[in-house]
Design a protein around this ligand. Sequence first.
Ligand code: GLN
Length: 265
Amino acid sequence: MTLGEWYQATLLPTSEKRGFLCHFLGLTQIQTLTRKDLVLSENEIHYLSEAVRRRLDGEPFPYIVGTQEFFSRPFFVNPSVLIPRPDTECLIEWLIDHIPKNAKAADLGTGSGCIAITLKLERPDLEVIATDISGDALAIAKKNAENLGAEIKFYQGDWLKAIPADESFDVIVSNPPYIDQHDEHLKQLTFEPISALTDHGNGLSCIEAIYSQASALQEKPSVIAIEHGWDQGSAVRQLAEKNSFKGAQTLRDYGGNDRFTVWTE
Ligand code: GLN
């Protein structure tokens, strides 16, 4: 079978077909178009067929190839971490513009490490620490930090409690699990870690834990930025207010939906 024949016979979006060819055959994007007469080996056909089968079973493309691009950089992903979403790039853009110079930022529930690592690479003046309760997630985040050359300190544990008391910081950022346990969307997200998606409650308990732990800190942070659901803006602002972070604002994602609540001193 030639590459062209495989391409013709495979019922997947063009970008995914090209992505598999690049990944499994080591081709460039251009070569997937110019080398249609390349004869595929038995092995290559086996790997491609297996990948297509998994994809048609609904497994997300990034888990099959093992990477996802975020802020124009490749991040390793596996089923222990949430796949980085383009919407989270909006949060990064806001942070790049609003974090004070030489500040120290803590990314809570770092998952693949996409927020912490991108922040450090875009703002090398910052010191960045990252936490996650999952050891498997931290292993991926550390691998990404090393691969992309970002110096980050990692701690395992529950939100702010993961960070040792002598490690003070100015900025808190998080994309916590915020989907309501009854949300229909969860049924379509079966391949991603459930603990990264929902708090098994109304979706607000992790956000509440972050604000309440932040308000108990000896040294109050100067910036708190949290990602949340499109319909959670007013509830999240109320949680901020309740924990004495007054005047928080909700910002929109690329789709025009409420997505981040930010508070600055
Ligand atoms: N911080 C990571 C991200 O934004 C993981 C988020 C999560 O697992 N809820 O992708």
